[in-house]
Design a protein around this ligand. Structure first.
Ligand code: FRU
Length: 482
């Protein structure tokens, strides 16, 4: 441990202690989502299972709810319900990461956690910070016990990346296959084309670029947070591209998050990316990461937020000194060549009281403050469903459109849609200030923050040729040990 590391840790502890009361006064503090103890959170990082525990790290700026220097915060859990908050654990305390310990991943190998991340360096001077002035270093941090995180080693600098890259090469995601290690990093080349660099290594220390994966025609200027994995026999590439223009109801957020199915061999040039599909249709979803757990599940966690949205919409939680959260963990599967996302089954353990309602006329009911609602539809030509007087979910079978729109409490959020042949069912996970809506068994997902008033717990349903049932469970909070 160096002195800087020791003293940053002290400072973080101090601000967490001093700000705790103010943060906890916020009604919109979430009940069953992971949040920064104070300050700002962005991407999930280093997701893994190690010695029987899930490790969930995240980009953490404790000093400012609007962002600042990035460290890694850390939660651990055995069951995605009971958590331990370990606070900040990976700091920006070396010359090669002095402007932030940026995003990365963990690979468990030989009984150790091997954490790869981007050490961000911003040089002082007249730079554009795209082709000059910025260092994006690949750093390896080995933790023997999942508790101490000080053994850092600089593995690659910008000089080790292909010559036509800008300074923007980051977010290493590492895995092992046939006794070799592989890493993908997101990149922006000098022609402003977003792409993924694929590296190979025998020892996790020496890495060579073996391929560059890109779309046939340009799709954005930068691809952030890549992830490459196999699920149900399909190779998938997840990316968070920047610089995509909206096309009707597609790509409406400032930056996107989605996936390609890869056909062929991505380790050679003999591969083809299918069409890019958005992972989530809501207002607040970005930079997801996946990992495989010991049960063989491919689990995804996303950032329930987006960068650079200040002029578009906001989160009033900043008044209480915090901002953003992680999505609940989602299990991934492939169905009809489409990625399906559903909450991990552990989430059901939070269910307590329940209400069951048949849909055969208009419904106007009280729900709960936080709930899990399952709507099964036998018939549905038209549906209007309002949650807590703020968010309207509507479906029109003729137009084949499912829409989420705000009537109030959106803080600048408006509407988002997806085209849908038929609405068979949907599930709404409603926390104090977030909604995650899983449609047709996880074929489509909408994630959004929303800010209802405290006394507002009503749900309303109406429609045409509408028949089905609603089951609403009250949700308990996560138990978090500090
Ligand atoms: C994505 C991202 C990453 C970067 C991190 C910095 O949201 O920009 O590319 O590593 O956030 O916090």
């Amino acid at each position: 441990m160096n002195a800087l590391n020791r003293d940053i840790k002290k400072l973080v502890n101090c601000i967490e202690k001093n700000e705790k009361e103010r943060v906890n006064k916020d009604y919109w503090r979430l009940k069953f989502h992971l949040m920064p103890p104070v300050g700002w959170l962005n991407d999930p990082n280093g997701l893994c299972e190690f010695n029987g525990e899930y490790h969930i790290f995240y980009q953490y700026s404790p000093f400012d709810a609007n962002g600042g220097i990035k460290f890694w915060g850390h939660y651990t859990s055995k069951d995605f319900i009971n958590y331990k908050n370990n606070g900040a654990e990976v700091f920006a305390d070396q010359p090669f990461d002095c402007h932030g310990a940026y995003s990365g991943s963990t690979i468990v190998h030989n009984g150790k956690m091997n954490i790869f991340y981007t050490g961000n360096v911003k040089h002082l001077g007249e730079y554009d910070y795209i082709s000059s002035g910025r260092g994006h270093n690949t750093v390896l941090l080995v933790s023997e016990d999942g508790k101490t995180f000080t053994n850092k080693k600089l593995i690659m600098t910008n000089d080790d990346y292909p010559k036509n890259m800008t300074c923007h090469v980051r977010d290493p995601k590492v895995w092992m296959e046939n006794n070799k290690f592989y890493m993908v990093q997101g990149a922006r080349d000098k022609d402003d084309i977003g792409q993924v660099l694929l590296f190979e290594s025998d020892d996790m220390i020496n890495w060579n670029v073996i391929n560059i994966i890109k779309s046939e025609s340009k799709f954005g200027y930068m691809w952030e947070c890549p992830d490459l994995f196999n699920v149900d026999g399909k190779n998938m590439l997840l990316i968070s591209p920047q610089g995509i223009d909206a096309e009707d109801i597609k790509y409406n957020n400032i930056y996107q998050s989605g996936y390609y199915i890869i056909d062929g061999d991505y380790k050679t040039n003999n591969y083809k990316l299918r069409d890019f599909e958005e992972l989530d249709r809501g207002f607040d979803f970005y930079a997801p990461q996946t990992f495989e757990d010991s049960k063989g599940r491919r689990i995804l966690i996303g950032w329930m937020g987006l960068p650079d949205i200040e002029d578009l919409y906001s989160n009033p939680t900043t008044d209480y000194g915090w901002q953003h959260a992680l999505t609940i963990p989602r299990e991934l599967k492939i169905k009809n060549n489409k990625l399906i996302q559903n909450p991990v089954e552990e989430i059901n353990m939070l269910r307590k009281d329940k209400k069951y309602i048949e849909i055969n006329s208009n419904i106007n009911e009280d729900a709960y403050d936080t709930f899990d609602m399952i709507v099964n539809l036998e018939k549905c030509d038209k549906l209007e469903s309002t949650i807590k007087n703020c968010v309207n979910l509507s479906y029109d079978r003729e137009k084949q459109l499912f829409t989420l729109s705000f009537t109030q409490g959106g803080y600048g959020r408006t509407n988002r849609s997806v085209s849908l042949d038929k609405l068979n069912n949907f599930r709404v996970l409603c926390d104090t200030s977030s909604l995650e809506i899983f449609i047709n068994n996880g074929e489509e997902v909408f994630t959004t923050r929303f800010y209802p008033t405290k006394d507002n717990v009503g749900i309303r349903f109406s429609g045409e040729n509408l028949k089905g049932s609603i089951c609403i469970y009250e949700m308990e909070a996560y138990k978090i040990e500090n």
